[in-house]
Design a protein around this ligand. Structure first.
Ligand SMILES: [Zn+2]
Length: 395
């Protein structure tokens, strides 16, 4: 079996940055991470030219890019999105749905199966993230109100029975039936995530105990401190801070969350319990202007300006147009994160949150050879998925 050697780079491991070392790849896996540049007979050599060599980025929440949305339910669209994000350093991602017609969702699950097999030039698919429709109407944000409702056991059991690819489901924990829903998800190995919610701490705690251990796009469409008559209540934001073991994900585009909030999340939750997610919609990697959130057939018209998607009346954001490289760069430049922490939030932390940290997320012998090479400003130079180079920046 052919070996590959990556050398002449600054290797970011979970514990340090190694200068002058090398990484040996065989059969799509990392065979060794060496602190010196050892000679490997017959290996294909990749010169990192002094750039950083980091674990590939893992995006747990992404709807589209390059003009496509996963819910267009087109095979070519799935592949194009995977390729677009791979150019920005993503080696694994979770196609994410929106509240939609039931049949549209079933179609997305079915296209995923085919796309997963055909996807050889893009970031790997690591399971579906269903976002909705079990949400709080008041916190729906850009989710289509026509479909928002409480969990329906007959419905979700049918959906889950029809696909093995579902690995995560975002819902509001305060709804009737949400705790039973969380228990069902957990039994099926699906991560329940708190999203589009008006819950108070007294509702979050039992939900957390039932498996709602992760907060979707932290701060966005989510309750903070509220007052009911004279009394104050902690919301989901305070709950996520209070419950140390709760993990969060942030859209670190510098727009959904301004720099002080990025710093606050990092300060309280830390890099181990925070994942960077793009939550990117179809306009990621496209010029500004009118776009559509959700499927081309049934989605909402939105406008992309100032590097973010907004509802047409500009009352709320409607998804981001960010890519993972930008989020890592922002955490360093806007939130004073170390590069190691910023990379961890884009790789090992998301891997651990979704339960694949044993095989992805860091440059350690035995893990998948999902690797990204980038310069001092996190401009992606090369992306490698399972030991296969799928993107090289032309110089
Ligand atoms: Zn989303």
């Amino acid at each position: 079996m052919e070996k590959i050697k990556l050398y002449n780079g600054k290797i970011i491991t979970p514990h340090r940055i190694i200068n002058g070392g090398c990484i040996i790849i065989e059969g799509g896996k990392i065979l060794d991470v060496s602190t010196s540049d050892i000679h490997v007979e017959g290996a294909l050599e990749i010169n990192a030219r002094g750039n950083y060599i980091a674990p590939g980025f893992i995006d747990l929440h992404v709807h589209g890019g390059g003009g496509h949305d996963f819910m267009d339910n087109e095979l070519d669209g799935f592949l194009a999105i995977a390729e677009l994000h791979a150019k920005h350093g993503t080696t694994a991602l979770m196609p994410t749905t929106l509240s939609s017609e039931h049949q549209d969702l079933l179609d997305t699950l079915s296209v995923y199966e085919t796309a997963d097999v055909r996807n050889v030039k893009g970031a790997q698919f690591i399971g579906i993230h269903i976002e909705g429709p079990y949400f709080s109407m008041e916190q729906r944000g850009a989710q289509d109100p026509r479909y928002i409702r409480a969990p329906d056991p007959a419905e979700y059991q049918e959906i889950i029975a029809g696909s093995k690819a579902i690995k995560r489901w975002s819902a509001a924990p305060e709804l009737k039936g949400a705790l039973e829903f969380a228990q069902y998800l957990t039994e099926k190995g699906i991560l329940p995530s708190i999203a589009h919610t008006n819950a108070i701490y007294e509702e979050v705690l039992p939900a957390f105990e039932k498996g709602f251990t992760h907060a979707t796009h932290f701060y966005s469409c989510m309750s903070g401190v509220s007052r009911r008559n004279a009394y104050r209540y902690a919301g989901v934001i305070e709950s996520a801070y209070l419950l140390d073991a709760m993990t969060v994900e942030i859209i670190a585009d510098g727009i959904h969350l301004p720099p002080p909030l990025l710093k606050l999340v990092l300060k309280i939750k830390g890099a181990d319990r925070t994942a960077l997610v793009t939550d990117a919609m179809r306009a990621a990697g496209m010029p500004p202007g009118p776009s559509i959130l959700g499927s081309r057939r049934d989605g909402l018209e939105v406008i992309v300006e100032d590097n973010v998607a907004k509802l047409k009346d500009r009352t709320a954001f409607a998804g981001s147009v960010a890519t993972m490289d930008k989020l890592v760069r922002n955490m360093v430049e806007m939130a004073d994160a170390t590069l190691e922490d910023a990379v961890k939030m884009a790789s090992l932390s998301p891997a651990n949150i979704i339960g694949i940290g044993d095989r992805k997320g860091s440059l350690v012998a035995g893990k998948d050879a999902d690797i990204v090479i980038f310069d001092d400003h996190v401009n992606i130079m090369q992306t490698i998925v399972s030991g296969k180079s799928i993107y090289v920046k032309s110089i």
